[in-house]
Design a protein around this ligand. Structure first.
Ligand SMILES: Cc1ncc(COP(=O)(O)O)c(C=O)c1O
Length: 500
């Protein structure tokens, strides 16, 4: 008789099944109770309890805040060499082979005393010209119309750019898709006259936005604006070529403003080295096509701390953004705008793109191979970005929950982001378990490979605990908490007596 060897996943499942139970409701799970008790995560009817200061309301914590708070409760601090931070959506910032070394000083004298003044609300003219030139030379060689400085607004970071844009969208329905970079949800909700309308993308469609479906949404739901990241965080999917061209044309044909977040436009894992993707390639009339592009030094240039980003679009949009910026953020740092000029040198950009793609394609391959070996193959492999949207569905409960896996990895000094963070305000659900993002985590391979490996080793250790039921390890029990979390702890928790 031929003996068939069990796959790592089968062995794992049969061993672990005996010791764990399926979670049916959030109240049965410690990881979920901790999530629910976090400031801003209470359901609407619980909200009153959170209003400790007159008139002050938590807007709901973004994924990053929740993840960092929970990691700190487990002993994490930035720079702790024992930890693997695969949660933060930032790329490694040090010099990488083949890339132009990062500047290590700024000679402010070169820019005269004016560098200490406020910069204009839309940014310095020099930087606006450099950004327009970058788009014209990289993407618009075949387009007769070019961008000028009047089409560029410099902003202090991507989120600031997005907030400036959200502040000038009128009382309209604004569409976005899920899973998506969740700052959008909080940001759009902060502007009360704008109605955010989410739609859910499915794994069966490889989380790809179909332009035909989008057209139906625009018509059926009366969308006047649509916001999307392309390439998409967290799934790593991208719309390019003819599809992207059609998307751009749809904006004009259907009279809807598209806000395209192109922060990962260099992180491409397919095709020729050194290429980049932007909707700018397909925009014919720069002042009439209602497409607004947001990008900046945060991801592609690997300088998230510089806080120099830009919005590119019709000149009417730029004058509106000047107005919203004047009360929202006051503009990007003047010295950093001066320093950014050399980062937009076209030769430098090309060289850095090649170096970045070599580095990140290798990291992606490495991570996918390790996950496959662990018995956790990635169903929808990322085409772009540095994220893996990892389904835990094949694992036995409770490890198939993103929130439980997140807590178990924190015990092993590793940070990932639970899928919940990419849902439409999951805290509003009656039962968080029902979220379509419940069985996912997002793994970032942005950090250097040693750190990525530290995180993957931790994932292996968590799986190993589940494979050995005699290890005595109890999943989803006894997680560390901060003082604040203990103060609001669900009294039903067996962990400690209630303080309430
Ligand atoms: C899709 C997307 N857009 C924008 C940003 C934020 O950019 P910034 O840090 O410059 O505000 C991020 C950061 O994670 C992102 O993933």
């Amino acid at each position: 008789m031929v003996e068939t060897k069990a796959t790592p996943l089968e062995t794992f499942r049969s061993a672990a099944q005996a010791i764990v139970d399926q979670i049916h409701h959030e109240t049965e799970s410690e990881a979920h109770r901790i999530f629910r008790n976090h400031p801003g995560h209470g359901r609407d009817r619980d909200k009153k309890e959170e209003e400790h200061l007159p008139g002050i309301k938590h807007p709901g914590s973004t994924g990053v805040i929740y993840v960092t708070d929970r990691a700190s409760a487990n002993g994490f601090y930035y720079g702790n060499p024992e930890w693997g931070n695969l949660g933060q959506g930032a790329p490694e910032v040090g010099d990488i082979p083949g890339a132009v070394p990062k500047p290590d000083s700024i000679d402010l004298k070169r820019f005269g005393d004016a560098v200490h003044e406020y910069a204009p609300g839309t940014g310095t003219t020099e930087l606006r010209k450099a950004v327009a030139n970058y788009y014209n030379e990289t993407y618009r060689k075949n387009q007769p119309q070019k961008y000028g400085p009047e089409n560029v607004c410099i902003v202090p970071g991507g989120r600031a750019g997005m907030t400036r844009v959200a502040a000038v969208i009128g009382s309209v329905n604004c569409g976005y898709q899920l899973p998506e970079y969740t700052s959008y949800e909080s940001m759009l909700s902060a502007f009360k006259n704008l109605v955010p309308i989410p739609t859910v993308l499915s794994a069966a469609d490889r989380y790809k936005l179909s332009v035909d479906d989008l057209k139906k949404e625009i018509k059926g739901r009366g969308l006047s604006a649509v916001i999307l990241s392309n390439p998409r965080n967290p799934t790593g999917m991208i719309i390019e070529g003819d599809e992207l061209k059609e998307l751009v044309m749809t904006s004009k044909q259907m009279g809807a403003t598209f806000i395209l977040d192109e922060f990962y436009s260099w992180y491409l894992h397919e095709g020729e080295l050194g290429r980049a993707v932007s909707s700018a390639e397909y925009i014919e009339d720069v002042n009439e096509t209602p497409v607004v592009i947001i990008d900046g030094l945060t991801k592609n240039w690997r300088c998230p701390g510089w806080r120099v980003c830009w919005v590119v679009g019709p000149k009417d949009m730029i004058t509106a953004l000047n107005q919203s910026g004047s009360f929202l953020d006051g503009g990007a740092s003047h010295p950093m705008q001066c320093a950014a000029l050399e980062m937009l040198d076209l030769e430098r950009c090309k060289q850095d793109r090649i170096a970045l793609q070599k580095r990140f394609r290798a990291k992606r391959k490495h991570v996918l191979e390790r996950l496959e070996k662990m018995g956790l193959p990635v169903v929808v492999e990322p085409q772009a970005t540095f994220y893996i949207w990892l389904s835990l569905e094949s694992l036995p409960a409770p490890l198939n929950s993103g929130l439980v896996m997140f807590e178990e990895l924190l015990r092993e000094k590793t940070i990932v982001v639970p899928g919940q963070s990419f849902d439409i305000n999951p805290a509003h659900r009656r039962n968080i378990i029902d979220s379509p993002c419940e069985k996912f985590i997002r793994i970032s391979y942005g950090p250097e490979i040693e750190q990525v490996d530290r995180g993957l080793d931790a994932l292996e250790r968590v799986l190993a605990k589940a494979r050995s039921p005699d290890s005595g390890h109890e999943f989803n029990k006894g997680y560390k908490r901060t003082r604040e979390e203990e103060d609001v702890l669900d009294p039903s928790s067996p962990q400690r007596p209630s303080k309430k």
